[in-house]
Design a protein around this ligand. Sequence first.
Ligand code: GRG
Length: 289
Amino acid sequence: MTDFKLFYKKYVPQVDHFLETNLAEKVEDKKISQIMSYSVMAGGKRLRPLLFLSVLKTFQIPIDQHMLQTASGIELIHTYSLIHDDLPAMDNDDYRRGKLTSHKKWGEAEAILAGDALLPMGIQWIAEGSEKIDLVKVISEAVGPNGMVGGQYLDIDSTNNASRSQDDDFINRMEWLKTGCLIQASLRMGGIQAKISSDDMQHLMGFSRAFGRAYQIYDDLVDVVQTSQEAGKATHKDQAEGKNNTLTLLGLNQSRQELKTLIERANREADFLPDPLLKGFLTLYQKVL
Ligand code: GRG
């Protein structure tokens, strides 16, 4: 087994365990705790927490309970965004991570509140685990109006709105804000925690730009290549709803080509880092190539 696979196999259960026990223990009302936990524990690749932990490993920083708390905080914030994205007022999805979405299972008000609760709790866990104000700044910026929420707003505002130009630059910007910012923040937070040099940070950010952009193309490809069962959520939706994304702009072949180019770029950046661990995350993309 590769070092990356061993790393993933070792730390996903540790993140899962941290999430499960702490959501049960740290949320006073057992019902909202259950609603939050339902979505967080529904599965998911734990990509963002594992990216954070991988940077620590790359720079030989020990992974203790504090670091697991910070990593798990990132996953709480990611799950909040998925719960809200699935709401009827947004993407209106019935399935996520192979289960009914939060609002389908518990009701709309409950889903909104579960998301509202996960966001600040995620920030709290990051602050408590890392004891670093810089990490709080990075995550807050990445998921705020100049990051994830800003991207989601552009998406909502441009759907069925002819007055919004939807050229390549707009689509790239929207997708980067929606998806890339949180991925990049997870890596940057690892770099800050590990106190890496500005040279190393530049290569880490180069990796994150290529990896984050590739992730969006991968997700667009999953929508056309995988069945709903394989993806654990509705697929073949983007085209049916006339949504513009990189795939609809470039087509299948060129999207795959672009994905390959980004993988090469990410690999080149990772060559400058002291451990090849981060390169392992690029293997995720093989299933849509
Ligand atoms: C509602 C404020 C707000 C933001 C929503 C996350 C998001 C912004 C929208 C989701 C749209 C989407 C499907 C984007 C593609 C990339 C993405 C975030 C996929 C889901 O994340 P994964 O693949 O899922 O890491 P798991 O379940 O493995 O965690």
